[in-house]
Write a protein that binds this ligand. Sequence first.
Ligand SMILES: *Cc1c(COP(=O)(O)O)cnc(C)c1O
Length: 356
Amino acid sequence: MNTTTSYEIDLVKANTSKINSVDFENLTFGRVFTDHMFVCDFKDGRWQKPQIMPYQAMTFEPSARVFHYGQAVFEGMKAYKDDNGKVFLFRPEQNFERINKSAARMAIPEFPKEYFFKGLETLLNLDTEWIKPGLDNSLYLRPFVIATEPAISASPAEEYRFMIICSPAKAYYNEPVRVLFAEKFSRSADGGVGFAKAAGNYGAQFYPTSLAQKKGFQQIIWTDASTHDYLEEAGTMNIFFRIGDTLITAPNNDRILDGVTRKSVIQLAKDLNIDCEVRRVSVKEIKDAAMDGSLKEIFGAGTAAVISPVSAFEHAGDVFEIPVTNDSYATLFKSTLLNIQHNLADDKHGWRYEVK
Ligand SMILES: *Cc1c(COP(=O)(O)O)cnc(C)c1O
């Protein structure tokens, strides 16, 4: 038994920081990266000693399996800084567990918990200047794993690279989105990989989403692949419907990504005495509610945008505009979540994780 496992990280610091060249007031999501990144290779049957090094381009052989068979999974999480300079993650153990669930589905070896947390913390301490305080600011963290083994036979790789890169983000003050309910295309199917944060789930959405965008709808709400009668999720966000004063969201299954924001909204609804039903929700029910005026809101929930209101939807040629409500649940959940994340509100469920 190996009892001397240590979680040391080899550290090479950047000679100079890029931070002064970054306009933190005008950031486009996911374009600018911090000075350092975390890298850990899997080979000879085990994860090797992790490294933190300057953010830089990397070389891979053209035969690296990820390019051919899409063996790749990722996570999306954020770090927040309060006005006293303390840095927090939000429910990071959920992301850790999820990346390993995603990895297992893609035949990728699980990553050790100690490396994941020590990697994140070391990186965040090194690049702490990149985390700006204030409700508008966060540092988006992207852990991911790719199959690097140079061999194009169609089988799982024996070599992988786990990395974490970090990108400063401004709050999305995006306009409410118009969405299309899927009638033909599907994002995922029974027994498939919809529950995994697998890179290919995104790639497969781009074409149908581009068609929707041509019709004036920014996103698609995916329906169940077999009947297209039930609404499932938005493909980068989970989805909530408000009929009257009741929230409804689809139950998790193997087609739907088990979002941390979704489960936090369900818990907050309980805390706020808002009825929240986790059950199948049909396209017909939502169209009927839109017609009789009881559909008050639709919103997406996910780490990047937190809560994203929907202003209209289309299905089978029918377009429904959703009137603005003045007691919006979307606004309430967004501010409640942001306040917890930024250490401005009580954290009675222990969701904040302080990075020391
Ligand atoms: C990441 C993701 C979400 C949102 O999950 P969070 O943990 O809340 O960020 C929802 N759906 C899909 C398909 C996703 O990849």
